[in-house]
Write a protein that binds this ligand. Structure first.
Ligand SMILES: Cc1cc2nc3c(=O)[nH]c(=O)nc-3n(C[C@H](O)[C@H](O)[C@H](O)COP(=O)(O)O)c2cc1C
Length: 180
């Protein structure tokens, strides 16, 4: 997995993929599935919607760290499996055969099977709306990976994946940050 400049990390989340979020509560690693994500600005600021109904939330609140890992379409059953059981009673890394890779700046692990990973610090928690604001610290991309299509949740238990890519980079030049 190669390093991706942190200024490009927003391009991983802007298309709205379903993500896996890893945490470490000081004793154990855990992972949950999140489809409600948002980019807040170009400088690697993101938000996810989650709350105390998930076991991961306590680790997010206490450690103030996590990793956003971006799975691909071939991982659909893992993504749904991870999101339908809990770290309260399940070792999800073992159950789903996920490979932990040590992160550089946070205790939560990267996921080796994923296309990309973003190490994050919890910058804020807006409890009234169950919004966790994250600051990206480091990003990685497995550009050698053959399957690069990510998953998008419809919200009713069905999913779609990426289709054709359109290039309007020249037309959008004035709106794109430097280096993107
Ligand atoms: C496709 C999918 C998307 C999900 N998106 C979210 C989400 O955006 N926010 C959330 O709080 N839970 C979401 N979940 C539910 C959590 O992943 C689920 O409650 C999980 O069991 C939490 O794990 P934990 O208890 O180990 O933290 C989603 C589940 C699936 C299958």
């Amino acid at each position: 997995m190669e390093t991706l400049p942190i200024g490009k990390a927003f391009t991983l989340l802007e298309p709205g993929p379903v993500v896996l979020v890893t945490t470490n509560d000081g004793r154990k690693d855990n992972v949950m599935t999140i489809s409600w994500t948002m980019v807040l600005d170009f400088a690697a600021s993101f938000a996810i919607t989650t709350g105390p109904w998930n076991h991961s939330y306590a680790a997010l609140r206490e450690s103030r760290e996590c990793v956003i890992a971006i799975p691909t379409v071939d991982m659909l059953d893992t993504v749904v499996g991870v999101g339908t059981c809990s770290g309260r009673d399940t070792d999800k890394f073992g159950k789903f055969g996920l490979t932990r890779i040590k992160a550089a700046q946070v205790r939560a692990p990267l996921i080796g099977e994923c296309l990309a990973n973003i190490e994050c610090r919890v910058a804020d928690i807006v409890e009234r709306h169950n919004i966790v604001v994250l600051e990206g610290l480091a990003a990685y991309l497995d550009s050698a990976r053959k399957e690069k299509r990510t998953l998008h949740a419809i919200g009713d238990g069905t999913f779609v994946t990426d289709g054709r890519k359109f290039d309007r980079r020249e037309m959008m030049r004035s709106k794109l940050p430097d280096g993107v």
